[in-house]
Design a binder for this molecule. Structure first.
Ligand SMILES: [Zn+2]
Ligand SMILES: [Zn+2]
Length: 261
């Protein structure tokens, strides 16, 4: 299959892992992804799995009749839409503000997004923890707060609220995998089936984001929110708000260069 991402800059020096590492890429990669970042990725995935497991247990305990199950199922598409929007907001923010050398956030959060525009296929070579660690890290405060609240609230939360938190967390967790599949040269038939029907992010839909002016289609779970968000001009408006309070763009040079090309 011909990928819409095959036209990326071939002169770019790949710095992400390759199946047969070369002496050229390993030192750069070790600089970008030192051991402490890998340790944070692993810890984040483990903590996220534990907190999501707690949420699922609470949901199973709460949903004790058929109506509850229908409510829990009906919440899933709403949570999936919300996760798509959340993916767009985080993606836009990390593509636009701060830089890879910003303290802490630069290595953990900004670098993967900037690398993705220099080398869109790097994502397809990331291992499980590198791929999912930053999403898990972002979800942990929300899940921890939600779990803490459940222990301190009088009365049980509604099935709808608990289901939303569980589905939303799972969908956000899946976002990087869905994005990775949109860039992969080959995916398994069920995944391609889902992509062709627009149920998950498709390569064709996502390729818009990787074409100049690089300012559209930021949502990368299903991409369902992109037409609405782009038509409303949500991200340009948010950027103007940020400018108004003194926060200016620091997007990666390759984006600016390629946008101008
Ligand atoms: Zn991007
Ligand atoms: Zn992409």
């Amino acid at each position: 299959m011909v990928s819409p991402f095959d036209d990326h800059d071939p002169t770019f020096e790949r710095v992400s892992p390759v199946r047969r590492a070369t002496t050229r890429c390993v030192p750069a990669r070790a600089l970008q992804r030192p051991g402490w970042i890998t340790a944070i990725d692993v810890a984040a995935v483990v903590c996220f799995a534990a907190l999501l497991g707690l949420g699922m247990l609470r949901l199973v305990r709460l949903a004790d009749d058929a109506t509850d199950l229908i409510v829990a199922a009906a919440i899933a598409p709403v949570a999936y839409l919300a996760a798509d929007l959340a993916s767009g907001l985080v993606h836009w923010f990390c593509d636009t503000f701060f830089c890879e050398t910003s303290p802490l956030i630069g290595r953990l959060l900004i670098q993967p997004f900037r690398e993705h525009h220099r080398d869109p296929l790097a994502l397809t070579r990331h291992g499980f923890f590198e791929l999912n660690g930053n999403n898990c890290l972002a979800l942990i405060p929300m899940l921890a707060l939600w779990s803490w609240q459940q222990g301190n609230l009088s009365g049980a939360p509604s099935v709808a609220c608990e289901a939303f938190v569980v589905w939303f967390s799972f969908a956000v967790f899946a976002t990087n995998q869905l994005h990775k599949w949109a860039h992969a040269h080959a995916v398994r038939e069920p995944v391609r089936w889902l992509q062709q029907r627009g149920l998950v992010l498709s390569p064709e839909h996502h390729s818009v984001h990787h074409r100049a002016p690089h300012g559209r289609a930021y949502c990368v779970a299903s991409g369902w929110m992109n037409p609405l968000v782009d038509r409303l001009g949500l991200f340009p408006w948010l950027e103007s708000v940020a400018r108004g309070i003194g926060i200016t763009r620091q997007d990666a040079p390759p984006i600016a260069t390629r946008a101008a090309a």
